[in-house]
Design a protein around this ligand. Structure first.
Ligand code: MSP
Length: 645
């Protein structure tokens, strides 16, 4: 079995977890889940970075020991990841003894190979970033890149001969363009290294909270030497050879763009010095902004990760974060976008497909899976081919970490299935007595939904599990090997309608221009005029008599592309020709359910165009307290055109 190792950065424990921490770990979780479904032996690691000057100062300020502080704060991250339902295999902490041993061992090797020497450091240091800066990187007492205050440091320090690694690093980058991704970051790193490298100060004598330099405990190792080493501690470096062999080099270090230099320059150089292979890939993702504002301490506008976990359905949060921005780009977290994506993509596309298909399987087939038939119907053949292609495309996208494109492929597949059902009209086939064809079409619908659930599972595990439970899938059914051919769902299995997959958000109604204008006019009307508009509260009998209420029969019903509210219907109002109606009932009523119904309608309203559809009547509906809509139905023997009154 092939192995796959993915690691997130380990997080500083001096602040509260925010959206950035949640994001990296969620994306890594989706990739890990995907690889498990590929049948790989996956190791997914995250954890906390607990040493350093910054932590020591924070603890001092709080009047507790650093160990007490890191214990408390590391637990918050674990707690968060639990709330987010993340499936890491190991949560590593740099204060663990096993880690201290590995760091010491690594530095010993670097030293033994002549890459570490004692000298004096003079320069700028920003404790907030735990980073050294050149004069050129500083302005007005702060580091230009991060805005963190810097302090002048002059002390004895061990140095790592980073300058000696320029050629080896460049050779490594050039060996494979995928060593650093995305491409723009690759270029950035190569340019930086081509510009020449200074040796790196790797120890400090002015704080204690860290791992001592081997053979010189006065010196505490620079926190990045300590932190980066977590990636090899996690897979048994210097302790468990077989395990290390299996998982190292790491397949992906998924990190944020601000810590690229540490990962793409320092880390491989440390490893090369100790004669260990560098990782296979470092992928730097972008940064989230909060409703178009950069998040910063000064603005105090970090999006709290616990609030995210609590406020949103986890699947919806995952979907939004991974679909909204290509991995690698910056993005803007906007609640309105999340709600829109939920409503129009998850609920309308996937939710609707799953609902209507299962409803028809229950209604037309008694909830029992029909046999798979290799039909030659051209739409079936095309659908199967598209399903298999979707799996292949989606797989390639995830392997290449084009996560948002993988999700786009999945959504397109759901759209294909919706279109197929729409075109095949199983409700019509059923009515016309084509039982065999109904079974074929619905089998294809369900098998397509199984494909959909398999692909969705890494990203929306809860929704996928609900669909899986409805189809009685077992653990082994999730492997991607099960979607390399069509027709796996077994005949005779009972299926059940799944629990609701996605709840819609109430979106702020966007008032049409016309309405807004009217509202304004009304508001500005003088009091007397308002009274006259209102009248005495009664409708005049003559007014009522002007309204023509009739029983009409629904002949056809379909959704209207681009609108989640409207159905386009044709109705028989007892006249020679059917009438067309646009009715705002789509959120509560499935079109296929109401065909043939006899319902009430106002038939003498002036025709008007709604969403481009000429509407020649208005269906009478009941608004239920839960916000849904029900039609008032008459018996099928009521003759269309009968007057109500
Ligand atoms: N401890 C170091 C990493 C050591 S790894 C050997 C560290 N920790 S951190 O807690 O400050 O940052 C962790 C991650 O959060 C980084 O990858 C960083 O890019 C990411 N993010 C911080 N703010 C972010 C956003 N606003 N948006 C997305 N990710 C962001 O650095």
């Amino acid at each position: 079995m092939s192995s796959f190792y993915i690691a997130t950065p380990i997080y500083y424990v001096n602040g509260a977890p925010h959206i950035g921490h949640a994001y990296t770990t969620i994306v890594a979780d989706a990739i890990a889940r995907f690889q498990r479904q590929q049948g790989r032996d996956v190791f997914f690691m995250t954890g906390t970075d607990e040493h350093g000057l910054k932590i020591q100062r924070s603890a001092e300020a709080q009047g507790i020991t650093p160990q007490e502080m890191v214990d408390l704060n590391s637990a918050k991250f674990r707690d968060l990841f639990e709330q987010l339902g993340l499936t890491y295999d190991r949560f590593i902490r740099t204060s663990e003894d096993a880690h201290k041993f590995v760091v010491t061992e690594l530095v010993k090797r670097m030293k033994a190979n002549g890459d570490v020497y004692l000298s004096k450091y003079e320069g700028w240091y920003a404790a907030a970033d735990e980073a050294y800066y050149d004069e050129s990187e500083i302005k007005d007492g702060v580091a230009i890149a991060s805005g963190s205050p810097v302090e002048w440091v002059e002390e004895e320090s061990y140095f790592f001969r980073l300058s000696q690694f320029q050629d080896r690093l460049l050779e490594w980058y050039r060996s494979d363009v995928n060593t650093i991704r995305p491409e723009a970051r690759y270029n950035e790193v190569v340019r930086f290294v081509e510009g020449g490298l200074h040796d790196l100060s790797i120890s400090r004598t002015t704080f204690e909270w860290g791992i001592p330099m081997p053979d010189d405990p006065e010196h505490i190792l620079y926190v990045w030497v300590d932190a980066l080493t977590n990636y090899i501690t996690g897979v048994g470096a210097f302790q468990d050879e077989a395990r290390f062999e299996q998982f190292w080099p790491c397949d992906v270090h998924l990190i944020g763009k601000d810590i690229l230099r540490f990962h793409a320059v320092y880390w491989p150089a440390f490893l090369m010095s100790a004669e260990i292979q560098p990782p296979k890939q470092i992928f730097a993702h972008g940064w989230w902004m909060n409703e178009s504002e950069k998040m910063s301490k000064s603005k105090n506008n970090f999006i709290d990760a616990f609030v995210l976990a609590k406020e949103y359905d986890l699947d919806v949060l995952r979907y939004y974060m991974m679909r909204e921005i290509p991995l690698g780009r910056d993005g803007n977290f906007a609640k309105s976008r999340l709600m829109e994506r939920n409503n129009s993509e998850l609920a309308d596309n996937i939710g609707n497909l799953v609902n209507r298909t299962f409803r028809m399987v229950k209604g037309f087939l008694g909830g029992v899976l029909p046999a798979h038939s290799e039909t030659t119907h051209e739409d079936d053949v095309a659908l199967r081919a598209k399903g298999l292609q979707a799996v292949q495309n989606m797989t390639e996208h995830v392997e290449a970490l084009r996560i948002h494109q993988a999700l786009e492929t999945i959504m397109d597949w759901s759209g294909e299935l919706n279109q197929y059902i729409h075109k095949m009209e199983p409700w019509k086939l059923n009515k016309e007595g084509h039982a065999e064809r109904v079974a074929e079409v619905l089998y294809h619908g369900l098998e397509g939904i199984r494909f959909l659930a398999t692909m969705l599972r890494p990203f929306l595990p809860q929704a996928a599990e609900k669909i899986g439970a409805a189809l009685s899938l077992e653990a082994s059914d999730w492997n991607f090997s099960t979607v390399q051919s069509w027709g796996r769902l077994p005949e005779g299995r009972e299926v059940h309608k799944p629990e609701i997959l996605f709840q819609k958000f109430e979106l702020e109604p966007k008032a049409p221009v016309e309405k807004q204008a009217k509202k304004k006019k009304k508001q500005s009307a003088p009091k007397e005029e308002k009274k006259a508009q209102k009248g005495d509260g009664y409708a005049k009998f003559e007014d009522f008599m002007k309204i023509e209420l009739q029983v009409v029969k629904i002949l056809t019903a379909e959704r209207v592309e681009g609108s989640d509210k409207l159905l386009k219907l044709t109705i028989d109002a007892g006249e020679e020709n059917p009438r067309t109606v646009a009715s705002g009932i789509a959120q509560s009523i499935a079109p296929e359910d109401i065909i043939g119904w006899h319902v009430a309608a106002v038939t003498n309203l002036k025709p008007r165009k709604i969403f481009g559809i000429p509407s020649e009547a208005m269906l009478i509906a009941v608004d239920l307290p839960d916000g849904s809509i029900e039609l008032t139905r008459y018996s099928d023997t009521t003759v269309p055109g009968s007057k109500i009154g």
